[in-house]
Design a protein around this ligand. Structure first.
Ligand code: DGL
Length: 276
């Protein structure tokens, strides 16, 4: 048993898709969430910059005495790989393995689509993770650089003509290959899941990497006997590197509800000085 908080971070708000699932699965856990909203997007940056930011994010989250760190960001997970935390003393997981495991267990025809940011797709990490589990599977990937700005700017309704057009543009090559499973490799994408699902059709199973990592974290903590024994609901505490007001306003789309915890601002200086 361990009553320390679970630390979750993302380049912005996408990781809230993981937090929401954690709240559902293990409501008695405390969660520290950090969204680097001042420096989003990560997905268009160089590998070096993503690693630098990720190390600062990890160091910041670690300062809160957490028992597990979750990189609820497809970009960070892809660039860092699994288990890449400098001093390795706290369990760490990204979204890659959890999403890859679920996709491999679901696919019937052995064709899995993966969409993510430019950095995620360029890294080829999802393909490696999937083939590490099932070498027979074909993986068809495509980067969708306009999805994050669409989501962050509220172009999220099922019938939004702009979003529908962009979805078609990015997903056509994947649909053409006849995949039966599609990994949303970026934690922002579940917000436009309906538009994606409508385009892909009912025979394609959509996997949210944020939800999968939450389930994975739950199982991991259970296996290690590190779940909380708190009887009452836990607390969420949020940190953002940009405006608290904007964070609260935009979080609604990801949580499907108003924000349920305090939100604090973290200066970039504080992040830089936290670096491992
Ligand atoms: N949530 C991030 C991810 O999962 C996407 C946003 C970004 O580009 O930073 O990759």
């Amino acid at each position: 048993m361990n009553n320390n908080a679970i630390g979750v971070f993302d380049s912005g708000l996408g990781g809230l898709t993981c937090l929401k699932e954690l709240n559902k699965l293990i409501p008695n856990e405390n969660i520290i969430y950090f969204g680097d909203t001042a420096r989003i997007p990560y997905g268009t940056r160089s590998r070096e910059t993503i690693i630098e930011y990720a190390n600062q994010d990890i160091a910041f989250v670690k300062k809160h005495n957490v028992k597990l760190i979750i990189a609820a960001c497809g970009t960070v997970s892809s660039v860092l790989g699994s288990g890449k935390i400098s001093d390795g003393d706290i369990p760490f997981t990204g979204v890659l393995l959890p999403a890859a495991q679920t996709a491999c267990s679901i696919t019937k025809n052995g064709k899995i689509g993966v969409i993510g940011t430019a950095a995620t797709i360029k890294s080829g990490s999802y393909g490696k993770a999937i083939r590490g589990i099932r070498p027979d599977i074909s993986v068809i990937g495509n980067s969708c650089p306009l999805f994050v700005p669409l989501v962050e700017n509220g172009f999220t309704e099922r019938n939004n003509p702009v979003t529908k057009l962009v979805v078609e543009q990015y997903l056509a090559p994947i649909k053409k290959e006849g995949v039966d499973t599609l990994i949303l490799g970026c934690t922002h994408y579940p917000i436009i899941r309906d538009v994606i699902a409508d385009y892909m059709g009912e025979n394609v199973t959509i996997i949210s990497s944020g939800e999968e990592v939450a389930k994975y974290a739950y199982n991991l903590l259970m296996r290690k006997e590190m779940l909380s024994d708190r009887k009452e609901n836990g607390k969420n505490i949020y940190y953002t590197s940009d405006s608290v007001e904007l964070f609260e306003e935009n979080a609604h789309a990801f949580l499907g509800d108003s924000i349920n915890g305090e939100v604090h601002k973290v200066g970039i200086d504080e992040l830089i000085s936290a670096e491992i």
